[in-house]
Design a protein around this ligand. Sequence first.
Ligand code: FUB
Length: 356
Amino acid sequence: MRWIVAAAALIVSVSPAAAQRAPNGRPYLSQPLVTSTYSADPAAHIFGGRIYVYASHDVPGPPLSDEPPFQKSEGNSFRMTDFVVLSMDRPGGPVTVHSNILDIGQVPWASRQMWAPDAAYRQGTYYLYFPAKDRAGAFRIGVATSTSPTGPFTARPEPIKGSYSIDPAAFIDDDGTAYLYFGGLNGGQLQKWRDGAFDPDGPPADPRGKRDRAFMPRVARLTADMLEFAEAPREAMIVDEKGKPLLAGDEARRFFEGSWMNKLGGKYVLTYSTGTTHLLVYAVGDTPYGPFTYKGVVLKPVEGWTTHASMIRFDGRWWLFYADSQMSGQTPLRNVKLTELFWDGDAIRTIDPFGK
Ligand code: FUB
C-alpha cells in the first residue's frame, strides 16, 4: 500500500493562537501538515481539482561520507533517497500521505541525494522532475512519468541532457509552452560548472566576490514531450530597481536556490530562497526568461537553515507551502507547512512564520 491517511494531518493550523512555541520563544504560525513522515521543499499543484504537494523526504542518519569528490560543506546531511506526495481536497482538508512515489533504486543513473522535486501534467501523463547526484558526484535533473499524480513513477534511463545542479521547477505558460527553472549554490553545485563542464574539485561555496554579479537561476524551454530541454539553459537574470543584475554580496536579495514560478495578471512572479540569509523573496518579470526585478520578502526566516516554498491559488485565495524544522529541531529533518498568502495590490504581504 503506497499511501496512508495521516490522522495527525487532519489539522492544518493557520492560526497563531493554536500554535506551540518555537525555540525562539514565539508561537509557530502554522503546524506541520503531517507528522507521520518528514517532508520538505514542497512543490504544490492542483491536478483535477485536488492539491498535490511533491516533497523531499528527509531521512535521519549521519552525514554521507566526505570522500572525494564529495566535500563536507556540500549538503551531505541531506541524504534523501525517495520522494513523498501530500494530497488534500482543499487547504485545511484531510491530508493523505503517498509514500515512496519514486525510489533512488529505480533511477538507473542516480547514486545518492534525491533533493527537491517538482511535477507537471500534460495530456494524461504526470511528470516528476528531480535532482540527484550521478556516479561522478554531479547533480543532474531527471524525469520520471506516471499516469497517476501519486505514481508510481518510472524514471527515464538518463538525466535530462544538458541538465545540472538542483531544484527543478516546472512552469507551463498560458500558450502551453513548458519551462524548467533550476539551480542552487554551494551544495547545489551551480558554482562547480564552468563552460558547460562539471569540476568536482570546484569551490564548495560561492567563490564570487561581493562586487561580482551573483549566480542566477537557470531556465530552459522543455520539448513538447516534456522530457528534454528544447534549448540550452539560460540565466534568468534578477535585477534591482535600476535594472542592474544583483551582486553576489547582496545576500539578502540574490538567488541561492529553490526557484518557483507563478503567472499573475500577465506578469511572471519568480520566488526563490536567498540561502545564507534564509529569506524567501520574489522578483517580477514580463517574460518567462526575465529579467526579473527584485520586489521583496515573501517569508521571513523559519526554524532551520533552508527556505524552499511554492505558491498556489485555490478557489481565489493564495496559499504558501513552506517547511521548517519544528518536528525535529534539526535542519535536515523538516516538515511541510501551509499558510495563506495575501497580495496588497501587486505586492506580496510579507509573512512572519512566528506569531507574537
Ligand atoms: O532539500 C535539499 C535541499 O535543501 C533542496 O534542494 C534545497 O532547495 C534546500 O531546501
